[in-house]
Ligand binder design. Structure first.
Ligand SMILES: [Zn+2]
Length: 204
């Protein structure tokens, strides 16, 4: 029984080893692994969920977002460098006067304090005092989720390019207008200006 479990974990590990730096969702990994295991081993892979969680828990995989994993050969197995130790957390809190560095609120204001990686883990940011900052729950959430707007902007630009390539489609002009307006909103708020729309024309 334990032998079988080890071999399943190793099967899952080799799947990620073959895909360095690829961000893979839990669902995709599970589907790929189950079908590959069935083909190769001739039986069902029973506990891919547990295997993925174990590989993450062991520091072999890193979690990029909820349910999104990556094997990064540079940092794999170096969990102690990536996560903050309790001592480092305490030092960061003390340095930041136990307050969110963005809004200045502290526990006495009823907010929860989080230690955030200034340079994110997914970009190789390490769990050091220098790379840590104190954030309240709200600002931690905002920081984490702002990368979502980048993903969104990229996909809107891509859609716009597709739509512009099909002017004969009766729906394309509405969709094009809609997408341009969304991208204008990004510009209005100066969000993700490092991602540019192709063939950007200035509108008056
Ligand atoms: Zn805050």
């Amino acid at each position: 029984m334990p032998e079988k479990k080890i071999s399943q974990v190793e099967f899952v590990r080799s799947y990620f080893l073959q895909r360095p730096m690829e961000i893979i969702s839990h669902e995709k990994a599970k589907a790929d692994l189950e079908s590959a295991y069935l083909t190769i081993m001739g039986k069902r892979l029973e506990d891919s969920d547990r295997a993925i969680r174990k590989l993450y828990g062991d520091g072999f995989l890193e979690k990029i977002a909820k349910g999104q994993y990556r094997y990064n050969p540079e940092t794999s197995g170096r969990k102690e460098f990536i996560e903050f130790s309790q001592a480092e957390k305490n030092e960061i809190l003390k340095r930041d006067n136990f307050r969110c560095v963005v809004c200045g609120l502290g526990r006495e204001n009823g907010v929860e304090l989080h230690i955030d990686h200034i340079k994110p883990r997914s970009s190789g940011g390490e769990g050091t005092v220098e790379n840590g900052q104190t954030l309240c729950g709200r600002h931690n959430y905002l920081k984490k989720n702002f990368t979502q707007t980048e993903t969104g902007k990229k996909s809107f630009i891509r859609l716009l390019e597709l739509v512009e390539g099909h002017p004969e489609d009766p729906n394309s002009s509405t969709l094009e207008k809609f997408l341009n307006e969304i991208l204008d909103v990004y510009e209005k708020y100066g969000i993700d200006s490092h991602i540019a729309r192709d063939g950007q024309e200035s509108k008056s």
